[in-house]
Write a protein that binds this ligand. Structure first.
Ligand code: KG4
Ligand code: ZN
Length: 334
């Protein structure tokens, strides 16, 4: 079964074709970063309009790269991100995908973006076998799940305020490093000197698996007001911030593995691309197996939606003809 996957929940237009027998056939991600960076963050209206411009040409290109015709015979189903995300951006992808499926007389399935991130490591050559603990750390979400099988996800903990990626983005803005903050802070921190500031590791002393990142932002703000903020100051604050987020995420993963008695960890979502996080997890969890999607599938992409859609369609799930998106949509059943 071949499935066309369409992702438009935020500022990336992702299109891919996944084949049950042959794996991922083709994928493309168009990033809108250049359009949003002058504003310091994602502008929902610009995002939606850009998805409209890009979707059709990207679908044609992906089908062509997969060696498939741009016709009803190309695929057996169409999957699209139906939430969570920006409502206008989601509606563009959902309307496009649902209409294409209708025109081609194919089944369609609205996919949960969070489930897409959780399953992204399944696209790799040695995918993790459940059960495992999954850390999903993106721009909109920071969550720990216990994954016991496809479709069975138990929420162990989540952020009570900002998501980890959101904290990176806000701290990046305070430091004048631009958008998105995650990669910019990581770059600046490369020349940072460790130990100059004492940033906390929020909620790590508490006996639960929740996170809080908004206080770290205030620590960044305080230093930017106190210091001259030359390149070295910026790098030192960036490093203190990055180390605090990375240490906090690592400690919570340790606690989650301990409380579930599992030794397999999956790390996914945009923040999963952070190299310092990967190094820290490797050092602090020497006995655990750690799985990541490839770098380009940590951030938003169509491949994870095509894969998740394929799994859902295979088990008989179908979306109705009505076009429905959910700006908020937990991946857990309860
Ligand atoms: O998963 P994603 O593409 O979008 C959402 O679903 O939110 O994640 C984007 C987030 C942004 O907040 C970005 O700053 C962060 O992931 N990010 C990083 C890195 N690359 C992207 N954060 C830290 N280090 C990175 N290398
Ligand atoms: Zn995402």
């Amino acid at each position: 079964m071949k499935v066309l996957g369409i992702e438009t929940s935020c500022d990336e237009t992702g299109v891919a074709v996944y084949c049950g027998e042959r794996g991922l056939l083709a994928h493309i991600t168009h990033s809108q970063i250049k359009s949003h960076s002058p504003y310091g963050g994602v502008v929902p209206e610009i995002a939606a309009r850009d998805h409209i411009r890009k979707l059709l040409p990207l679908v044609r290109t992906v089908l062509n790269e997969a060696g498939l015709p741009a016709s009803a015979k190309a695929v057996d189903g169409v999957a699209y991100t139906a939430g969570p995300g920006l409502v206008g951006a989601l509606l563009v992808g959902a309307t496009f995908a649902r209409s294409l499926a209708y025109g081609w007389q194919l089944p369609a399935i609205g996919v949960n973006h969070l489930e897409g991130h959780l399953l992204a490591p399944m696209l790799e050559t040695e995918p993790p076998e459940p059960p495992f603990v999954a850390l999903l750390a993106s721009g909109g979400h920071t969550m720990l799940y216990e994954v016991t099988g496809f479709g069975t996800y138990k929420l162990l903990g989540e952020s009570v305020d900002d998501a980890a990626g959101e904290a990176f983005d806000k701290a990046g803005q305070l430091l004048g490093l631009g958008y998105p903050g995650g990669p910019a802070i990581a770059k600046s921190a490369e020349i940072g000197r460790s130990g100059r500031f004492d940033f906390p590791r929020p909620m790590t002393k508490q006996n639960n698996l929740n996170f809080s990142f908004s206080g770290l932002k205030t620590h960044v703000l305080y230093q930017t007001q106190r210091l001259a903020m030359n390149e070295q100051d910026t790098a030192d604050v960036a490093l203190a911030f990055e180390e605090a987020v990375v240490d906090t995420l690592t400690q919570k993963c340790q606690q989650a593995l301990h409380s579930t008695r599992l030794n397999k960890l999956v790390v996914t979502g945009g923040v999963g691309a952070n190299k310092r996080l990967r190094q820290n997890l490797r050092t602090k969890l020497p006995k655990s197996s750690i799985y990541y999607p490839r770098m380009e599938f940590c951030t938003d992409n169509g491949a994870m939606i095509a894969y998740t859609g394929h799994m859902r369609l295979k088990q008989g799930d179908r979306s109705p003809l009505s076009i429905d998106v959910k700006p908020r949509w937990p991946v857990t059943k309860d």
